[in-house]
Design a protein around this ligand. Structure first.
Ligand code: NAD
Length: 447
């Protein structure tokens, strides 16, 4: 993406027409909570709590100007009424049945949007049990090679767009966490990757099939799971070549959200860390998938990297060189989607005296994830209309393992991420960047 290619202010294409939101894993807890939630909000039954695009404001100019419009009034975002939902799942249950199974939203909420949810039926999925071992649905596409499967997904998208009179689409992966994969030779360049599709290469995961279909059709791709998917040189190349934005990985909710709030505070005050023990109990289908050690490994990598990047032990060896960090997730069905995450944080202060912090977060995973889905869809649509392509690092705010350029390290600090996001919006709209410098208010003063 070249600086001069980015459209700013009045050159950003207007958000006209309906936006198709294409969701692999549409029958899951996050997806159904997101889709049902948007409809409840549209019908005036619920509030979009947790959504920066719907509730957030942005300060503009100097503090004495008192300019703080709502983000959705400042940047040209699509309206929630223009979103149309479709997607794929390995189970054929319609979204009402799937949402009931997920047990996130109350019966009252589900009944109020039953007609809407029942009308959305998943399309047959691209699935391979080698990548998600603990699930075995039967609502699955067949193809003689992976290229055929890519083409089948593209056909689904074309049909969906025609049927729903959609002017543009965004794809957001809310499917399961796939087994841990390291980038391999076939992932390194686009020609090799495209050949590997024809050759049915076992190193191409189902999530990559959806992503290729989207990118080949010029549709932005968001990765809500820690899966490798578009975080490989071949698909970054495809995104750049087709001028499509991509973003990921792994929605930042629950325990990692807390970690990226607390850790920057400890570092800001130069408090040391001896150990951070994190454990969770989780009983939904995501918990079942993560009960497989190779899917958990993908999640673990995503969760573990956060602290090192925030605390920078190489810069502060006396504070952070030897801290012990452990993350576990235990599948415990009685809790369903209502995860409980415990953190035991052993810190030290002045002269090395120890102190302890305990966090017990009784959260609701999908309630935290749904507003992120909404924001990401709306911001990625904005990015596309502003001609931004490739990795959208300014959306790191939403991810546990933000994608980043090869020679950069990811930014994990939630507050820096928010500043980065808002400054990107100011940049797009031709407003001054806010650095929080502040001394300028006191300089050149007559007093
Ligand atoms: N809930 C959160 O707070 C949160 C946070 C970060 C990341 N995530 C990630 O988001 C994803 C969804 O989480 P969830 O709680 O909704 O899980 P879930 O198990 O309820 O939903 C996942 C859905 O994906 C479907 N699926 C699996 N493989 C598929 C494929 N190849 N094609 C189409 N559908 C497929 C499953 O059948 C299931 O319905 C997971 O990867 C999870 O790790 C969730």
């Amino acid at each position: 993406m070249k600086r001069e290619e980015i459209r700013r202010q009045e050159n950003i294409r207007a958000p006209e027409g309906r936006v198709g939101v294409l969701i692999p894993g549409i029958g899951g807890a996050v997806s159904t909570t997101f889709v049902a939630g948007v409809e409840l909000i549209r019908r005036g039954i619920g509030e979009p709590i947790g959504s920066l695009t719907q509730l957030g404001t942005i300060r503009l100019g100097k503090r004495y100007e008192h300019r703080a419009p709502r983000i959705k009034d400042f940047v040209p975002l699509a309206d929630v009424n223009d979103l149309v939902f479709g997607g794929w799942d390995i189970y054929d249950a319609n979204l009402y049945e799937a949402a009931k199974y997920a047990r996130v939203l109350s019966g009252d909420h589900l009944e109020s949007v039953r007609d809407f949810l029942s009308s959305i039926k998943p399309m047959p999925a691209v699935f391979d049990q080698r990548f998600v071992r603990n699930l075995d649905g039967s609502h699955i596409k067949k193809g003689t090679n992976l290229r055929e499967l890519v083409d089948a997904v593209k056909e689904d998208i074309e049909d969906f767009c025609k049927k729903n009179n959609v002017s543009r689409c965004i794809m957001i992966w809310c499917g399961s966490t796939e087994v841990y994969m390291k980038p391999d030779k076939v992932h390194q360049s686009l020609p090799e990757f495209l050949q590997a599709l024809e050759d049915n290469d076992s190193r191409i995961a189902p999530s990559m099939i959806y992503a290729v279909a989207a990118l080949e059709m010029g549709i932005p791709y968001i990765n809500g799971a820690p899966n490798l998917t578009v975080d490989i040189p071949a698909l970054i190349e495809l995104a750049c070549q087709n001028k499509v934005p991509i973003a990921g990985k792994d929605f930042k909710t629950g325990q990692t959200l807390m970690k990226t709030i607390i850790a920057p505070g400890l570092k800001a005050r130069m408090l040391g860390l001896e150990g951070w023990y994190s454990t969770n109990i989780l009983g939904n289908r995501d918990g079942l998938v993560l009960d497989d050690k190779d899917s958990f490994k993908t999640k673990e990598e995503s969760k573990l990297s956060v602290l090192d990047y925030i605390l920078q032990p190489h810069l502060y060896p006396s504070l952070y060189r030897n801290y012990y960090h452990k993350v576990t997730i235990n599948y415990y069905p009685p809790r369903g989607d209502n995860k409980e995450g415990w953190d035991c944080i052993d810190i030290f202060g002045w002269l090395g005296y120890p102190m302890h912090i305990k966090v017990d977060f009784e959260c609701r995973d999908s309630i935290l994830a749904a507003p992120l889905c909404l924001d990401l869809v709306l911001f990625m649509d904005l990015a596309q209309r502003a001609n931004m392509s490739g990795i959208q690092e300014w959306l790191s705010f939403y991810f546990k393992s933000p994608m980043h350029k090869e020679n950069l390290y990811p930014e994990h600090d939630l507050f820096i991420q928010l500043m980065k996001l808002k400054n990107t919006l100011r940049y797009l709209m031709g407003e001054e960047q806010i650095t929080h410098f502040g001394l300028d208010y006191y300089m050149n003063s007559d007093e």
